[in-house]
Design a protein around this ligand. Structure first.
Ligand code: OGA
Ligand code: MN
Length: 212
């Protein structure tokens, strides 16, 4: 499985993600988020970031719908107006540069938001991008939950195209970083029994403005 439990330096982490992405279309890295950054993101998501959370929409910007049958999380977009946001965007810019130099994906910009799934919330199976649109190329999910238990549920399920076609289930545990090809990997968030904090982000290609 494309996973590790060590804490590699960022260059080797980014390289391993790139290799996993090209081989499997996804990469799951435990304890991969730098600890200080993770702690700051945790604080922001539970502080002023939390008060900014609003129900998430589904679909393109123009036809944005609030369909709670599909997803019921709340989100807050992240920008560099706070030092925590700036630090996160610096780290993701380094990852973007690493992926570009290994995979020549032409990743050009990045957008991301905090997400809170309260108990009984979920996000049904979906793709993050539609084939051929060439906007969202690589998705990244980072988890901010300490001491997550199996009984808390709320797993991310990736339906990968591997030989066995066995869905890959990921617990939303603090420090775990998941990346996958936005057009290739359908995925869902199972109903959670506990407040579940994450960041979802997308590396986009130069064409088209980002989709929200
Ligand atoms: C998304 C998404 C997964 C997660 O926001 O598009 O798929 O585990 N999130 O939070
Ligand atoms: Mn998604």
């Amino acid at each position: 499985m494309a996973a590790t439990t060590s804490v590699p330096d960022s260059d080797s982490l980014f390289e391993e993600m790139a290799v996993n992405l090209s081989e499997y279309g996804y990469s799951v890295q435990k304890n991969a988020l730098p600890l200080l950054l993770g702690n700051r993101l945790w604080e922001q998501s539970h502080g002023d970031g939390e008060s900014a959370l609003r129900p998430a929409g589904v679909g393109r910007k123009q036809g944005l719908q609030f369909n709670q049958a599909v997803r019921s999380d709340k989100i807050a977009w992240i920008d560099d107006a706070t030092s925590t946001g700036a630090e996160w965007l610096k780290w993701t810019a380094e990852l973007q540069a690493g992926l570009n130099s290994s995979l020549f994906l032409g990743l050009f910009n990045f957008e991301s938001h905090y997400a809170l799934y309260e108990p009984d919330c979920f996000y049904k199976t979906h793709y993050d991008a539609f084939r051929g649109e060439k906007n969202r190329i690589v998705s990244i999910i980072v988890y901010l939950n300490h001491d997550w238990l199996q009984a808390d549920a709320g797993e991310l399920v990736l339906f990968t195209a591997g030989d066995a076609k066995i869905p890959l289930t990921v617990m939303p545990e603090f420090g775990t970083v998941v990346t996958f090809l936005s057009e290739e990997v359908p995925h869902e968030v199972l109903l959670t029994h506990r407040d579940r904090y994450s960041i979802a982000g997308w590396f986009c290609a130069r064409r088209d403005s980002p989709v929200r």
